[in-house]
Design a protein around this ligand. Structure first.
Ligand SMILES: [Zn+2]
Length: 670
């Protein structure tokens, strides 16, 4: 965590005895945020310092002096301390359940082996017997001895749950005996083509399977059950809120995903706003019977769009190109549908009143989309169709102009350009690359670009996307100056691509994407000004507070709840960090430890074993039994609560103190 602890000083106070005055429009806000550096994304009034919220909407956006009229006696007033605020970020193309399910995997990324085994044991203790434990990221090269791990390591901690942990490279898995048994891997089984079952001297599988040998196990892993799928949806929400994303989307949901989402909105577990594209096929057919569902659960869930696929990916050379690949003669990739079939699919969606979004990466796939959309819209016109092409990675210069003319929206993910740059140029060569990831040409032609991450394909962090959009460099700063830097977005365009443009792509620009009176109170407080900070710092931005519909759904942790174990009794204590020191609230801690205490204006006296210790607030001295001690860190008063460093418990009270930051446990022994 950085030095954002000034943040501590944010004051939350209610005005006790505000005189009843004549308010601007008679409205009293539930909450008011002031003293902010607010980018509204409203072109008529782009900057503000204050917001007033009632219910889930904004009733005022403007300046501090004018917001006072909205403050009543019960209004919560938050001083933003000059921090930067943007509209809640909108993730314009990702796979929501997929992100959540990837977060369910145990994170073994380059961790010590003992830590990984402890995490596997914790999962085994938590899950019913027989349930799979899945993870990824281990790397034996960082362990002492650099030896491959074994099935026995896992058997010792999880004998009754099959375990499969993928190596960091993705080309090997580490499994336990139960997983080998379920996969039918025996001593006699030969290595499959393209993979190896690693064996000991006796010929028995050791628990490491490479490439296609791993697939033997992986095909036996059942999909998550309903409870775990719901857990995944909640995990994805927490992840997105931690980045300041208030509206997300799912580029292709099945019937079951949508049912799970609805259950979780009903129970109040989901609060994020979701724009859900129904997958073509059975899900689309089900929705064609009932029509679009817009603004369910207080404007949280909308199903208004059908997701199609026109091709594959450039990496796999399955993106569909008009001419052969530059690095594979005679090969043009794979279109998913004939022109006639695709026309029927789009026509059907149009007839049932749904927006259309089609995954198209190669220039042939893009061209099929443009031709088909144009034809359907000519036959059955719709003034405001907002038909989308997802990714729009390689397009002819003609099609870049045609989509602008027809009003087709290219949903492009800026991080793809910086991840794919070398591979993409190999695939399409130096001429076609001019129409690839060509944001400047797209915007200059008259289009807008909803941005996004395509998570879990890429990390969901939207600040990586903003950074890629304005620099066209990867996060190591390569290439210096950017890859085809003439295609960069301006910072303003990049921020629009994650807010108002993304909202427009979802027919939601009337309710969100900018901070204006009458719109939803969805916004994000950031730790830096992304519009003025050095471009290279944009990628490291942190969201400090995320607000959805006036409700704070995320606050960056500046304090931790510690479980204090004292005399075998557990108490939860909210600690805080000041500088690099961990502080505990004095009175609460004294209570937990069963100590006598009394507080005066400037001192707190605590008595342990009949020895009074006097802590002077905000002074550097401590008096113990009449003797003055110089304390390294003063006792601090924050928001009316007095804290002392945890180390005082050891230094002045003689406790044996141990903290376990991983588990947030503070153990105090006598
Ligand atoms: Zn996608």
């Amino acid at each position: 965590m950085k030095k954002n602890l000034v943040w501590l000083l944010i004051l939350v106070f209610t005005i006790g005895c505000m005189p009843i005055s004549i308010f601007a429009d008679g409205q009293i806000a539930d909450s008011v945020y002031l003293n902010g550096n607010i980018y509204t994304l409203n072109e008529k009034a782009p900057k503000a310092t204050a917001l007033a919220i009632k219910g889930q909407k904004l009733i005022f956006v403007g300046h501090d002096k004018d917001v006072k009229a909205y403050i009543g006696k019960d209004t919560k007033v938050i001083d933003l301390g000059g921090k930067t605020v943007t509209p809640g970020l909108i993730e314009g193309h990702m796979h929501y359940p997929g992100l959540g399910q990837s977060l369910l995997l145990l994170d073994a990324f380059w961790k010590p082996k003992a830590d990984i085994l402890a995490a596997v044991k914790a999962e085994a203790d938590r899950l019913p017997d027989g349930e799979w434990i899945l993870g990824r990221g281990w790397n034996q090269e960082v362990w002492p001895g650099a030896q491959f791990p074994t099935k026995e390591d896992l058997d010792a901690v999880a004998p009754n749950n099959p375990v499969s942990l993928e190596r960091t490279c993705g080309h090997a898995i580490w499994v336990n005996s139960l997983a080998l048994k379920l996969g039918g891997i025996t001593k006699d089984m030969a290595n499959p083509q393209g993979g190896e079952i690693l064996r000991d001297k006796g010929g028995n599988a050791t628990g490491i399977l490479t490439d296609t040998a791993g697939s033997i196990i992986e095909k036996n892993i059942p999909t998550f059950n309903e409870a775990r799928k719901k857990e995944a949806l909640i995990k994805a929400q927490a992840e997105l809120f931690s980045y300041g994303i208030t509206t997300s989307m799912d580029a292709g949901s099945g019937i079951e995903d949508i049912k799970n989402m609805k259950d979780l909105y009903q129970s109040g577990d989901l609060k994020i706003r979701l724009y859900t594209m129904a997958s073509s096929g059975e899900t689309a057919q089900a929705f064609y019977k009932t029509g679009p569902e817009v603004g369910l659960f207080n404007d949280r869930l909308t199903i208004n769009c059908i997701k199609f696929y026109a091709d594959g990916s450039l990496g796999a050379r399955s993106a569909w190109m008009l001419k052969e690949y530059s690095d594979r003669a005679g090969h043009v990739g794979n279109g998913r549908n004939s022109n006639d079939i695709f026309y029927d699919m789009v026509k059907e969606a149009r007839a049932h009143g749904f927006q259309v979004a089609t995954h198209a990466i190669g220039d042939a796939a893009v061209n099929q989309c443009v031709n088909t959309y144009e034809k359907v819209l000519k036959e059955n016109p719709l003034a405001d169709h907002r038909y989308r092409i997802e990714h729009f990675q390689v397009a002819t210069l003609e099609d870049i102009q045609r989509i602008a003319d027809i009003g087709i929206i290219p949903a492009m993910q800026s991080v793809h350009a910086t991840s794919d740059k070398n591979m993409a140029e190999d695939r399409v060569g130096s001429e076609r690359i001019k129409g690839a990831y060509a944001w400047r040409k797209v915007i200059n032609a008259g289009s807008i670009i909803p941005n996004g991450s395509d998570a879990p394909v890429e990390l969901v962090n939207p600040y990586h996307g903003l950074y890629a959009a304005v620099t066209r460099m990867d996060r190591d700063g390569v290439p210096v100056g950017g890859w085809y830097p003439e295609e960069c977005m301006t910072r303003e365009e990049a921020l629009k691509s994650f807010t108002i443009w993304a909202a427009y792509g979802q027919f939601q620009d009337k309710s969100r994407g900018s901070l204006e009176v009458g719109k939803l109170a969805d916004f994000t407080v950031l730790d830096r000004d992304v519009m003025t900070c050095p471009a290279s710092d944009i990628k490291d931005t942190n969201a400090l507070i995320t607000v959805v519909g006036g409700e704070t759904v995320y606050t960056k942790a500046i304090s931790k709840n510690l479980t204090v174990m004292a005399k075998g009794v557990e108490t939860k204590i909210a600690t805080t960090t000041i500088g690099n020191e961990l502080y505990v609230p004095i009175i609460e801690t004294a209570k937990a430890l069963g100590l006598k205490y009394s507080a005066n204006l400037n001192t707190i006296s605590i008595t342990k074993d009949f020895n009074p210790i006097i802590l002077a607030i905000d002074s550097k001295n401590i008096n113990k039994n009449g003797v003055e001690y110089k304390a390294a860190n003063a006792v601090k008063s924050v928001k009316g609560i007095t804290y002392m460093p945890v180390s005082y418990l050891r230094d002045y009270f003689g406790y044996h103190v141990m903290t376990y930051t991983g588990s947030n446990i503070l153990s105090i022994n006598f």
